[in-house]
Design a protein around this ligand. Sequence first.
Ligand SMILES: Nc1ncnc2c1ncn2[C@@H]1O[C@H](COP(=O)(O)OP(=O)(O)OP(=O)(O)O)[C@@H](O)[C@H]1O
Ligand SMILES: [Mg+2]
Length: 338
Amino acid sequence: MTSGAAKLSTKNPSLENFSAVPPMDSLGAIRKFLNNYLIGSDELIEKLLICLLADGHILIEGAPGLGKTRSAKLLAQKLDLSFARIQCTPDLMPADITGTSVWRPDRGVFEFLPGPIFHSLLLVDEINRAPPKVQSALLEAMAEKQATVAGETRALPNPFMTIATQNPIEQEGTFPLPEAQLDRFMLHVELSLPNAETERQILDLLEGAILSEAPVSDIPWNTEAILAARKGAREIFLSPAVKDYIVRLVTAPRDKSFAPDLAIKIDYPASPRGTLALAAASKARAYLLGRDYVLPDDVLALAVDALSHRTILSWQALSEGSSTRSIIKAYLERVMPT
Ligand SMILES: Nc1ncnc2c1ncn2[C@@H]1O[C@H](COP(=O)(O)OP(=O)(O)OP(=O)(O)O)[C@@H](O)[C@H]1O
Ligand SMILES: [Mg+2]
């Protein structure tokens, strides 16, 4: 790993005016702010910012009370973007999220009242409780950045980012997201319970011990700063060797002879969307860490979150209790960067 990383760390000479510097200061401040108010969640915070920078959507999965909603609300506080939250329930209607046209008798016209989907940052809480029609309206919004209401298609704002949460425990009254919808998320992050030390810090925080400290940054990030940072993240150099590493990683499960013992556990491996998401997220991670080139380490850090939700297990894997995350991890141990 180390030797591969060293070999691939050549900077891109064409990136002289690398635009990481001005937004990076405030990006660092946002990260610090989130870290102060969301204890022990640096990895989640990093992935939230990666999706923001890479123009992706994020699905956060975890048991109740792990700070999923809090993380999205804190991020919204630091971004000068319009923010809306949808709490999904089985009786939600597509018009509740897209908006609807209402008749104005005084003016004799229909007026469109936009729904929460027309906000730049959208928190979709408990997305697996939304019925399929609502999930499909969300799918259109996430994939095409548009919403169709009463036959009329309207563009969503730019940036538009969805932070969706789901709770893996409850099954009753839920509608598991179809594969096509899962594929729309750049990263799927799974949260685990904190350790005792972190738990104590959370208690201290909420007791007000840390809340009395001044927030590190009061400068919210506006649309202009986000779009500039996204441009910076897109310009990060992805060397042919790292591209090749990503492609070998994503395509390894499609080649039944590469690792037959693992391939037998997968019915449907990730599509090219997985490759694109992993590449874009890796660039955003490099940008976030202040580098202008992607290392295999970036790919390694994100591969499980970028690929596991796009991979469908075989009945054999399911019967053994294997998870997509453990299988992608096993591939990461066998597919080496060059
Ligand atoms: N890492 C953390 N740092 C600070 N506060 C936390 C953290 N984790 C949980 N909390 C606190 O625990 C409570 C529950 O958090 P939150 O509502 O965000 O959980 P959730 O994951 O959205 O739960 P649910 O799935 O039930 O909606 C909140 O008061 C939140 O402030
Ligand atoms: Mg919540």
